[in-house]
Write a protein that binds this ligand. Structure first.
Ligand code: ATP
Ligand code: MG
Length: 452
């Protein structure tokens, strides 16, 4: 990013908000993530605005719009334009973090400088005026260019004020593939124990963001100590040797590779992080010095449920991830249409689809399972064809009345033939088409006189 590129494009709607505040005599800037992402060349998810107007003054400026006093105490007014919410926050500083979690108080400021100084990282501490001119007091532009996450000010002090910032540093590093600047990193290793004091709701959001980052593996590798503060049950996995030729890596190394190999969605990445958490507790070594982990998925499922509840994940996510962990070991290689149909009727097609993604990531991360991706692809095709077909009798394109008309007598033989036809459809040997099924039924009837 050359010195010349110190302007970003502010979209019309956000710009109109800045201009309206300016016209009323207030300073106003786009700030934080939106400036960072614009400079990185990515479309910002939302545009946050900061101003020297106090909340009531901001609200008065937008009296003709829908506004919500979201956090008036902290200076935030949300203005909704055509359904898009914009947070407008009064310049402020925070003081006295006696609990590493909440500022004891905030006070409103007259100038932008103080507001930028309270922000966590240099890359997040830039603002832009209505014309898109960037204000960069802490070298954020250069840190984006270099790919660095660096605290604004003294890292130890900033992390002592609000311990969550340590996890945020990891989240941004994982998302952008940035390196954590050495002093910032040292402070994280030294102070990460303080994350225990942070509300689980705040941790959970950052943890999920971190796991879904493109550079998650490197971050988990370098900062396993931080992850183990959040999830101490993972500690025994680190360096845990598997004594098994199926596995090239220790449990933690395998785990972080599995996280990386899964699609970046919250349930899948969480499931991969936790899928082998039951291994250390279930380990046995046989006489041939081969390691086994009998029952590790079930043990892990139970651990996973406790962990996700403790971190206050919602019920749906907790239940889904627990199921994925508990069932992650199902046998993939021998899946026939029949086995697939059973899986689908037990878990539902959507969950089986996720289980296959878990299997794929798990296989890839062993470092030894050749062809995992191909095998999973075969199973996925099978899944799609099984779930596209009729899975239950009522969807069969032929019914009992048809058989009666073909001369089959009343009685259990009707059910026998219908089930045989259903199996043939599920096996893929017969199409679920009325004419085709009539022919197949005729053949079955002709082969067996017993039906008459
Ligand atoms: P994202 O795109 O993930 O939302 P973001 O930078 O907008 O990234 P937010 O959590 O929405 O992240 O926070 C908005 C801004 O507020 C940040 O860019 C940063 O300047 C500031 N900020 C947020 N949380 C903290 C914190 N705990 N300590 C200091 N500054 C913070
Ligand atoms: Mg944001």
């Amino acid at each position: 990013m050359g010195a010349g590129v110190s302007r970003i494009v502010i979209p019309a709607q956000a710009r109109s908000l800045l201009l309206r505040l300016n016209a009323a005599g207030y300073a106003a800037y786009a700030v934080g993530g939106c400036v960072r992402d614009s400079i990185r060349g990515e479309e910002p998810a939302d545009w946050d605005i900061c101003t020297d107007a106090e909340p009531e003054q901001t609200a008065a400026c937008f009296a003709d719009c829908r506004t919500v006093l979201t956090g008036a105490r902290y200076g935030t007014v949300t203005v909704i334009l055509d359904g898009t919410p914009y947070e407008i926050t009064t310049f402020r500083e925070e003081h006295g973090y006696s609990d590493s979690r909440h500022p004891d108080g905030v006070s409103f400021l007259r100038s932008l400088e103080g507001d930028l100084a309270r922000r966590d990282f240099t890359v997040n501490a830039m603002a832009a005026d209505a014309d898109g001119r960037v204000i960069d007091r802490f070298g954020g532009m250069e840190d984006i260019r270099q790919g660095t996450i660096r605290c604004v000010g003294d890292p130890a002090q900033r992390f002592t004020e609000d311990a969550l910032r340590m996890l945020r540093a990891l989240r941004f590093a994982a998302r952008f593939g940035f390196a954590v600047e050495p002093e910032t990193e040292d402070a994280i290793h030294a102070l990460c124990g303080r994350l225990r004091a942070v509300a689980p709701e705040r941790l959970r959001k950052e943890l999920s963001g971190l796991l879904c980052g493109q550079a998650v593996r490197g971050v988990l590798e370098r900062f396993s100590d931080v992850i183990c503060v959040l999830i101490p049950e993972l500690t025994p996995c680190i360096g845990f040797r598997q004594w098994n030729y199926h596995h090239k890596y220790d449990v933690w190394e395998h785990t972080i590779r599995a996280v990386e190999a899964a699609p970046p969605t919250e349930p899948l990445r969480l499931a991969m992080l936790l899928h082998d958490i039951g291994k250390p507790a279930s380990f046995t070594l046989d006489k041939q010095l081969v390691g086994h982990f009998y029952g590790h998925a079930v043990i892990g499922g139970a651990m996973c449920e406790r962990i996700l509840r403790r971190l206050r994940y919602d019920n749906r996510t907790a239940q889904l991830v627990t199921l994925l962990v508990r069932e992650h070991g199902f046998y993939l290689l021998e899946d026939t249409p029949k086995r697939m149909r059973k899986l689908v009727s037990r878990f539902g097609a959507d969950t089986v689809r996720l289980l296959l993604q878990v299997r794929r990531a798990d296989g890839i991360a062993t470092g030894t399972a050749e062809g995992t991706a191909e095998k999973t692809a075969v199973a996925e095709r099978l899944l799609e064809s099984v779930s596209a077909q009729c899975v239950r009798l009522p969807q069969l394109a032929l019914n009992g009345k048809d058989l009666l008309r073909m001369g089959v007598g009343q009685g259990p033989q009707i059910g026998t033939i219908l089930h045989a036809l259903l199996d043939a459809v599920l096996d893929g040997s017969v199409e679920n088409d009325r004419a085709v099924l009539l022919r197949a039924a005729r053949e079955m009837i002709d082969k067996s006189d017993g039906f008459h």
